[in-house]
Design a protein around this ligand. Structure first.
Ligand code: AMO
Length: 417
């Protein structure tokens, strides 16, 4: 018999449902098998009237994978108002050892994060954890739809590279035949290359690797970057307008509880520094995580917004490829409740200026031949932005730790499972 998904059950039908035994409850003569598939949860009832079946049911353990055939019958007491009266049951996947963690915990999840991540495939079976990834899936779909509808070309850039351009973001080295390569710390070079290749508007959703030995609630060593780059942009406000439109679509599609004003405030770094200094947080040329948190609170109070663009960061803290703007750059960070979720800028496309800026940062542009040549063969003015999928998921949902938003996280202490 063809399988019916739990979400499609209708009273009066004879069905075969398949899934995991979420819970087994029962009395001497009746057993309630709570079955879970990826569309929902349903109560299935087996009674001792069918002796052979009941004998089998009594041996079952939670998380066994089964196939149940029966009739969907109305029952006011059941959660959905109906249940499946079990007529036949087959075991498709046995549970033959003690589960390392429970899928159903009494009350809130109280298994510690590290044990949960050690047993992530079981942890992900928890309906409340599964929901995080349904949410993330909505972000993914909205992102693809948004860029496609705006005529962006989806690009795929190499993740094994010979060099990077993100100063401060350390790289993992790998053996590449007889030479050394690095895992990509950003598609920066290649998204600029694709713009210079004439695609004009490009985006990528791809893996990014950062060898940052920092154990925080917002850093992982591998994450999914949402990167875009656009040609013929001459003003960083255009980039912020576009980023803002994208974020608004995400908030709308996910129904995230985030305060977004009609226009997200754009506040120069200097003003932000003053706001924080007034509150006793002495910052000079960068905002530390503690100050970012306070900033989130100040912004909410002052602008009634959970989001803020901080513009014109000091040049000393920005990469060489940003367009300079006095002592700062024509770039921005987007902060959500104080946590950075995006960085973007206009890119310097004049070769001579770019070379000089690179020198200021001790970067030898001409050693990066494949990058440098693009600015001598007709590079359009351009700019772009990079966002972190897990940071967005974490902070739109208000999750304590970024690892909760990774299917299988990687951090300095975790290379398994
Ligand atoms: P940046 O280095 O700021 O900019 O990275 C862009 C965004 O990626 C996310 N992110 C991270 N997420 C999880 N763990 C990490 N260790 C981590 N590091 C960064 C953040 C961040 O805002 N090339 C530029 C982007 C550009 O200018 O287009 C870049 O890589 O959400």
């Amino acid at each position: 018999m063809a399988r019916t998904y739990i979400k499609d059950l209708k009273v009066g039908e004879k069905v075969t449902v398949k899934g995991w035994l979420h819970e087994i409850r029962g009395l001497a003569k009746v057993k309630f098998l709570i079955l879970r598939d990826y569309t929902g949860i349903i109560q299935c009832v087996a009674t001792s009237d069918n002796e052979e079946l009941f004998k089998k049911v009594k041996t079952l353990n939670p998380e066994t994978v089964v196939e149940i055939t029966g009739s969907v019958v109305a029952n006011k007491i059941a959660k959905q108002g109906y249940e499946v009266a079990v007529e036949d049951l087959n075991i498709l996947g046995e549970v033959s050892q003690v589960l390392p963690i429970q899928v159903v915990e009494k009350g809130d999840i109280n298994t510690d994060l590290s044990t949960r991540m050690d047993n992530r495939f079981l942890d992900l079976r928890k309906p409340e954890i599964n929901k995080i990834f349904q949410f993330r899936n909505t972000i993914y779909k909205t992102t693809v739809d948004f860029f496609m509808k705006n005529d962006f070309m989806n690009i795929a850039t190499p993740k094994m590279t010979s060099a990077g351009v993100e100063s401060g973001a350390e790289m993992f080295s790998i053996k590449y035949f007889n030479t050394k390569a690095y895992l990509s710390q950003s598609p920066q070079i290649y998204k600029q290359m694709m713009v210079c290749s004439g695609f004009e508007k490009v985006f990528e959703i791809g893996s990014i690797f950062r060898a940052e030995n920092s154990n925080t609630t917002r850093h992982v060593t591998e994450f999914i970057g949402i990167d875009f780059e656009m040609a013929f942009v001459t003003d960083e406000n255009e980039l912020m307008d576009f980023t803002e439109e994208y974020i608004k679509e995400l908030v709308k599609a996910t129904k995230a509880e985030v305060k977004v004003p009609s226009k997200i405030p754009r506040v120069p770094f200097e003003e932000v520094r003053d706001m924080l200094n007034k509150k006793g947080k002495k910052i000079t040329d960068d905002i530390d995580p503690e100050s970012e948190k306070l900033l989130g609170e100040l912004v909410l109070k002052k602008y009634k917004s959970d989001l803020i663009f901080v513009t014109n960061y000091p040049w000393s803290k920005r990469p060489f490829y940003h367009v300079k703007n006095g002592d700062g750059t024509k770039g921005f960070d987007l902060l959500l409740r104080g946590v950075e979720i995006a960085t973007g800028s206009l890119r310097e496309h004049n070769y001579d200026i770019l070379k000089k800026q690179a020198e200021e940062k001790d970067v030898k542009l001409d050693d990066m031949k494949d990058y440098a040549v693009m600015f001598k063969c007709g590079a359009p003015p351009h700019g772009g932005c990079g966002l972190g999928m897990e940071r967005i998921t974490q902070n739109l949902l208000g999750l304590d730790n970024i690892r909760e938003a990774c299917f299988v996280p990687r951090d300095p202490d975790r290379l398994t499972p």
